[in-house]
Design a protein around this ligand. Structure first.
Ligand code: GCU
Length: 619
């Protein structure tokens, strides 16, 4: 179909804009390094000095013009006076320090609601083991925008609060002693970012996950994807690829799986990528009952990296989800990346053990890591616990769906999520968003994200938490969101009895979808203040939440045959600026089954009983 002249012009403008946006992004973050835990790293965690800069004084001069690189008043330049007359009106001092990793909101009262820029600074010494090696600085996540400077030079900028990124440190910039490292972190919200201006979670700011220096040889294994192929390609066929940076012609790559006595060589192509195919007939499949992980080592003449990887099949057949060719039922729970007792972002191994430990106490075999990629320790721990994972990007609520620039931002965050966790057996579903309002523009935006997810990773399922767009016919509530046509699993959030109706309404409610696909309830829940006990008809009491779950569970037992699971909202109470009932909320969303002190509420036991029953049925 030929385009009219105006359509051609519009198409060209769109193409030009996306090319410019891509250049801007690609100019900044280098390819993401794979498997940091498998690398020799130097941690930069610890106390960093800071300056709160609500007026952006460190970035703009008094005429609000961006400061030149060498501007002595720029906060990325040294704060040490050259002599007694050298006037410095910025400085880093041990009187002002923040822990890294960690959100700033939970570290001092003055930061609780702070939205703006904070300049973090620390010094470090570093001597490379070999001058030809490359040195990167790697961030687990910085919320929301990070501008990174070393010794007065800009290394790069990254946007996105929950995905990792790294920058190479040029040899000529690195000093053996006294490197001056400055990160400007800005957590302000904007309509054209991902997420947008409003969410139902706290806008934690800061360097919220680990920071490390990663030294690799000049020629190194920069990325790899090693998972089982789809079952129809061979029951135990390991398929994938390995990328080698600065590979020589016909560079050899060796993949070892010692426990299976496998050691195979592969040759890179002109682009430095080696296609991997290994027939691992003796391989034990990863499963929830037996989360078998194999040490996989990848090496070239100059580099070696390894990690534990599980191999399993996940697919949809008709209206079922099959794990290793067996239908499964997902006994899930939604989780925010937050520790309730300390009201802070979760980012340690102990945090991961606590949250996933609570999920296992509940009888879960699956967790929905809402609404953004969690710390990598969560997905690696899920691998070893045999917990299935739904991982999601924060395309949440009313994103600016008509903007190509916003689409590129969502796509970047999707790529970063998949890139980091593509070798995690536990992850079975990539979700491209949550409760986005139905419109043709939005459905197109989300469809394109689903296509991107499948392109980046053809082995996993894709979905999104749809809003309940249903029409009632004699109490039938049909999930007929047009996005359902493009997902593998039709997932929806319903709060019947909390947002609309009362728990009794569940007794006559029926749900269904005309999509011949698995049906999953990605959220349901009601608030209760931990320790508040009253009659079940008293909203906000634990007894009301318990009654809500009794009625919901009875309704779930009447779901249609394509019902494959649920991840109620949610594991633990969490902070939200939207929740302002002065008695029952006070800036908290109390839908947790664990309360703000980490105690189980009565509803916990209702859901647990349901899950224990299901575990027996699906033995
Ligand atoms: C929505 C949303 C959650 C939110 C929850 C609630 O479904 O997906 O992020 O916290 O409902 O209202 O508590």
């Amino acid at each position: 179909m030929r385009r009219t002249l105006t359509e051609q012009k519009r198409h060209f403008r769109w193409w030009l804009l996306s090319a410019l946006v891509l250049m801007q992004f690609s100019a900044n973050s280098a390819d993401l390094l794979t498997n940091i835990p498998g690398r020799k790293t130097t941690s930069l965690n610890g106390k960093w000095q800071y300056i709160i800069d609500i007026y952006e004084t460190g970035f703009y001069d008094y005429r609000y013009k961006e400061r030149a690189e060498g501007d002595p008043e720029a906060y990325w330049n040294t704060d040490v006076p050259a002599n007694s007359l050298d006037r410095k009106e910025h400085g880093y001092n041990d009187k002002y320090t923040l822990n890294v990793p960690g959100d700033w909101n939970s570290q001092a009262d003055k930061f609780l609601y702070y939205e703006g820029s904070v300049w973090y600074k620390r010094n470090f010494d570093y001597q490379k083991t070999n001058r030809d090696n490359k040195l990167y600085i790697y961030f687990g996540a910085v919320s929301y925008r990070a501008d990174v400077y070393l010794n007065g030079k800009k290394l790069g900028m990254h946007k996105g609060a929950f995905s990792p990124f790294n920058f190479e440190i040029p040899q000529e910039l690195l000093k053996e002693k006294g490197n001056f490292l400055v990160i400007k972190v800005d957590n302000r919200r904007y309509a054209n970012e991902i997420p947008t201006l409003n969410t139902d979670w706290w806008n934690y700011g800061g360097i919220i996950r680990d920071v490390s220096l990663v030294e690799v040889p000049n020629q190194f294994i920069s990325n790899y994807f090693i998972q089982l192929a789809k079952p129809n390609q061979g029951a135990k066929l390991i398929n994938g690829w390995v990328d080698v940076k600065n590979a020589t012609k016909n560079q050899q790559v060796t993949v070892d799986i010692p426990e299976l006595k496998i050691s195979q060589n592969f040759t890179v192509n002109a682009a430095g990528r080696a296609a991997i195919k290994i027939n691992a007939a003796k391989l034990t499949l990863w499963s929830m009952e037996n989360p078998k992980l194999y040490q996989v080592n990848i090496s070239t003449t100059s580099d070696k990296v390894g990690e534990k990887i599980g191999f399993r099949h996940i697919e949809v057949q008709g209206e079922k989800i099959l794990l290793n060719n067996k239908p499964i039922f997902l006994r899930g729970i939604s989780i925010h990346s937050e520790i309730p007792e300390e009201a802070r972002r979760a980012n340690t191994q102990k945090d991961a053990e606590k949250l996933l430990g609570w999920a296992r106490e509940l009888g879960c075999n699956m967790v929905r890591l809402a609404h953004y990629p969690h710390d990598e320790k969560m997905t690696r721990l899920a691998d070893s616990l045999g917990l299935l994972v739904w991982s999601e990007i924060p395309v949440y609520w009313t994103i600016d769906f008509k903007s190509q620039e916003v689409f590129e931002k969502a796509k970047t965050q999707l790529d970063e999520m998949i890139d980091r966790d593509k070798n995690r057996a536990s992850i079975i579903i990539w979700s491209v968003g949550n409760e986005t309002p139905v419109s043709e523009t939005r459905t197109n935006f989300m469809k394109n994200l689903l296509e991107e997810a499948r392109k980046q990773d053809p082995t996993r399922l894709v979905s999104a938490a749809l809003e309940v767009n249903y029409h009632s016919e004699e109490n039938m509530r049909w999930i007929d969101d047009p996005l359902g046509a493009y997902v593998d699993v039709v997932s929806f959030n319903q709060y019947l009895g909390w947002y609309g109706g009362t728990p009794e309404s569940c007794r006559t409610a029926n749900w269904g979808t005309h999509y011949k696909k698995p049906l999953f309830i990605s959220e349901t829940g009601a608030e209760a203040v931990g320790g508040y006990h009253a009659d079940a008809k008293q909203l906000w009491s634990e007894e009301f939440q318990e009654w809500y779950y009794v009625e919901q569970v009875a309704m779930l037992k009447r779901m249609p045959s394509n019902f494959v699971g649920i991840s109620p909202w949610l594991l633990a109470d969490f902070r939200s600026p939207r929740r302002n009932n002065p008695v029952y909320q006070e800036g908290w969303n109390n839908k947790g089954l664990f309360d703000q002190k980490g105690r189980k509420k009565k509803a916990f036991y209702i859901l647990k009983a349901y899950y224990d029953e299901l575990a027996k049925k699906y033995q």
